[in-house]
Design a protein around this ligand. Structure first.
Ligand code: GDP
Length: 197
């Protein structure tokens, strides 16, 4: 899918104030610093669209972007950052869970996982929670340029194997690099396919 236009729509902290749910919507989520902003910018070919930062846990907003005037890309706040209180974490959780379970035009959640690491409990727990809620999701492994393809493939295989303890079938996955712009076209194609159905 060619991204002809990508525009920021709004930032929200309240589900009740989100834009009208008249277009299909795709949410991107993952641990802080996983490379979410970089991946969104690479997918949309717009460097400053989602803000990239070195400081984990900065974005605490639901950010809506409209792509090609016909679907929403949603940048959700990162989870699992260390420099925050338990109270903040609980707030994060409530607000995001609320969004994910109430947004009726949400078609798919892209869970971003750092391809450099062995499976992390926080990511697995989040995938299980999505599964329990019956929310469709796909996996996007990030920063694949940072190590060999073999290493990335090993970590992907381990993550999928871990998921098989909870799921009969594991969801589709993408191996991406925002740096090298790989895997982005595949994600856009998956979104295009869902939009067509
Ligand atoms: P976010 O907190 O998940 O939005 O993460 P960012 O997109 O801000 O990225 C966090 C850090 O990882 C930044 O220093 C990025 O430059 C770096 N980064 C993100 N994606 C990639 C990638 O694909 N390859 C490499 N080498 N670095 C990346």
């Amino acid at each position: 899918m060619l991204v002809k236009s990508a525009e920021f729509v709004c930032s929200n902290t309240e589900v009740s104030k989100l834009p009208e749910s008249n277009l299909p919507e795709y949410a991107f989520i993952g641990r802080s610093n996983v490379g979410k902003s970089s991946l969104i910018n690479a997918m949309t070919n717009k460097k400053g669209l989602a803000k990239t930062s070195q400081k984990p846990g900065k974005t605490q907003l639901i950010n809506h972007f409209i792509i090609n005037d016909n679907w929403y890309l949603v940048d959700l706040p990162g989870y699992g950052f260390a420099q925050t209180s338990k109270k903040n974490r609980a707030e994060w959780s409530k607000f995001i869970r609320h969004y994910l379970t109430r947004r009726e035009n949400l078609q798919c959640v892209f869970v971003l996982i750092d391809s450099r690491h062995e499976p992390q409990k926080i990511d697995l727990d989040f995938c299980c929670w999505l599964g329990e809620k019956g929310l469709p999701f796909m996996l996007a492994f990030t920063k694949a340029d940072k190590q060999s393809g073999v290493k990335s493939d090993q970590n992907v295989a381990k993550f999928k194997k871990a998921l098989l303890s909870w799921f009969e079938e594991v969801p589709p996955h993408f191996v991406t690099s925002a740096e090298k712009k790989t895997g982005t076209e595949e994600i856009l194609l998956a979104i295009h396919d869902i939009n067509q159905n």
